[in-house]
Design a protein around this ligand. Structure first.
Ligand SMILES: Nc1nc2c(ncn2[C@@H]2O[C@H](COP(=O)(O)OP(=O)(O)OP(=O)(O)O)[C@@H](O)[C@H]2O)c(=O)[nH]1
Ligand SMILES: [Mg+2]
Length: 206
């Protein structure tokens, strides 16, 4: 008889509010993890997958869909912030600058930020804007889970090579951990959720 697959440990999350900028964010009284990355990398899809709820965050084929910071409370404690993606060339310049400024202010001033999930497309490693964010997080001592998403788009062999390369890159830096993920298939859900639980229950000062 085939072995039954274990059901992943999903998180339960509820939408709280959308904020155009730091001033209008919810109170910083809960530990918060930010989902960030290039536009279209799959931030909203990853969130929906780990919560097993396709309707939680809006997903779109058109890049640049998430233009506000969207907040979700996690039932077991803490909050997730789904940030607008960066690097979306087709957005109007003024609009792009406005939402980039909101993200930068959020990242540098949000006091309850306990970790970042940096979502990347496994096929496009080493992107300059992702690297800027990684450098900033390391300098700010914020732990990062680098997610190589859309792993379903390449073979198992190529996935292993991409993961090895990313891990080698951050071997000397305990702050950055790496994993493969597929929002489409659910691969990597348990691994990500156990880190989220750890981070979200980690800050006794809040
Ligand atoms: N094949 C595959 N497609 C994915 C995966 N994750 C996301 N996508 C697709 O990629 C596109 C963008 O996904 P979103 O979740 O909206 O991306 P986002 O990073 O939130 O985008 P913005 O909000 O615009 O910054 C959608 O068409 C998703 O269906 C994945 O793991 N595999
Ligand atoms: Mg989004």
């Amino acid at each position: 008889m085939a072995k039954a697959e274990a059901t992943p440990e999903y998180i339960t999350a509820d939408f709280v509010m959308s904020s155009p900028d730091l001033k209008h964010c919810p109170r910083d009284d809960l530990p918060e993890v930010a989902f960030c990355g290039r536009s279209n990398a799959g931030k909203s899809s990853v969130l929906n997958r780990i919560a097993n709820n396709k309707g939680l965050a809006k997903v779109s084929r058109t890049p640049g869909r998430t233009r506000l910071i969207n907040f979700f409370n996690v039932k077991t404690g803490g909050r997730i912030a789904d940030l607008p993606g960066y690097g979306y060339a087709k957005a109007g310049k003024t609009e792009q600058q406005a939402w980039q400024k909101a993200v930068n202010r959020y990242l540098s001033l949000r006091e309850n930020l306990v970790g970042l999930v940096l979502i990347t497309d496994i096929r496009h490693p080493d992107q300059p804007l992702d690297n800027d964010l990684l450098k900033w997080a390391i300098a700010s001592q914020i732990p990062v889970r680098l997610l190589l998403n859309k792993s379903d788009k390449i073979s198992k062999n190529k996935q292993a090579v991409a993961l090895k390369k990313a891990r080698e890159r951050f071997m000397k830096n305990g702050l950055v951990t790496t994993q493969t993920f597929s929002a489409l298939k659910g691969t990597g859900t348990d691994e990500l959720n156990s880190t989220l639980h750890e981070w979200l229950s980690s800050n006794p000062n809040l």
